[in-house]
Design a protein around this ligand. Structure first.
Ligand code: CUA
Length: 326
């Protein structure tokens, strides 16, 4: 099982920044930023220098001859029209070039992951060759290192925006539309992502991670996720499974391999393999899971998870069962 670490404290976690690129798409975006910054700073310095010269020479200028017509016309033409046109043209062309670069050239057999935005969590779907090989998870996206990964982005309710600054720019998830974006990480690591479009009360708690693995490790992860849920091993876990299957839980959450198949809330088949609960709100451990089930509206007011009335014993058994679903 993954240990429940916060991203910040995990050894190989990158800080969530577009200026710390970990792949080719974010690389060119960062380069564009630095290029524009340097040019803008030079322009600012030039304008400030001219202003300073003007102020210092003001007195002398009052006594001297006023600038001739041709001279002032040339100054306006050059500094006011020609130079800005050149600079803006360079900026426009370089951002168009970056736009082309953030989509890879050969795309046919790339790994494709479907991401569906919900208020306020991310549904992550890996298709398989057969429907039974389909994997559904939530808020944690795993990818192989060094490969471009196609993201098919959809929304279930309002407009969200998929943003992992270390890997690429934002792309909106729009109801009734399908958008495509690409991510690629050149090193193994954990990259934090965040919904980048205000989508209601818990927009801030609509976070996720992308974790990149060496290809072999990624394939193992996917194979593990394709397995149905673990059978309960202990008596407590068996009681916990019964609580799940006889309470309101199963009207929204699916656990593959049990009778719970409704997938309108996060799929819990391998819940214990995730690092965080409730889209980056709480580290995933038994205590937090019990707290979350007992009072979801306290941790994340307005979310769709209702408070299910359970006895302390039932709550404990349920958490014990869910934490066995690795
Ligand atoms: Cu989803 Cu903001």
């Amino acid at each position: 099982m993954f240990t429940s670490v916060l991203w910040a404290s995990s050894g190989h976690a990158a800080s969530q920044s577009a200026l710390e690129p970990y792949g080719p798409f974010s690389d060119v975006i960062a380069m564009l930023f630095w290029g524009m910054l340097v040019v803008s700073v030079l322009i600012l310095a030039g304008v400030m220098a001219l202003l300073a010269i003007g102020l210092i020479q003001r007195k002398r200028a009052q006594e001297a001859e006023p600038m001739g017509y041709t001279q002032s016309r040339n100054l306006v033409l050059m500094a006011g029209i020609v130079v800005p046109i050149i600079i803006l043209l360079v900026f426009t062309l370089s951002s168009a070039a970056v736009n082309k670069k953030i989509v890879p050239m050969e795309t046919e057999d790339a790994l494709t992951i479907e991401v569906v935005g919900h208020r306020w969590w991310w549904e992550v779907i890996y298709q398989g060759d057969t429907p039974s090989e389909q994997v559904k998870t939530a808020n944690e996206i795993h990818i192989p290192v060094g490969e471009p990964v196609r993201l098919v982005l959809k929304s279930n309710d309002v407009i969200h925006s998929f943003w992992v600054p270390n890997l690429n720019g934002k792309t909106d998830l729009i109801p009734g539309r399908i958008n495509t974006s690409w991510i690629q990480a050149d090193k193994p690591g954990v990259f934090r992502g965040q919904c980048g479009e205000f989508c209601g009360m818990q927009h801030a708690k609509m976070a996720f991670t992308v974790e990149s693995h060496p290809p072999e490790e990624f394939r193992n992860w996917l194979a593990q996720q394709r397995q149905p849920a673990a059978e309960p091993q202990t008596e407590v876990q068996q009681r916990g499974q019964q609580v799940f299957l006889t309470s309101a839980c199963m009207t929204c959450h699916a656990i593959r391999g049990t009778g719970a198949l409704v997938g309108i809330a996060p799929d819990l088949t391998h819940l214990a393999s995730r690092n965080m609960l409730a889209a980056g709100t709480l580290p995933n451990n038994k205590a937090n899971l019990m707290g979350w089930i007992a009072a979801p509206q306290t941790h994340k007011p307005g979310n769709l998870m209702p408070e299910v009335r359970l006895t302390p014993q039932e709550l404990h058994d349920l958490a014990e069962y869910l934490m066995s679903l690795e």
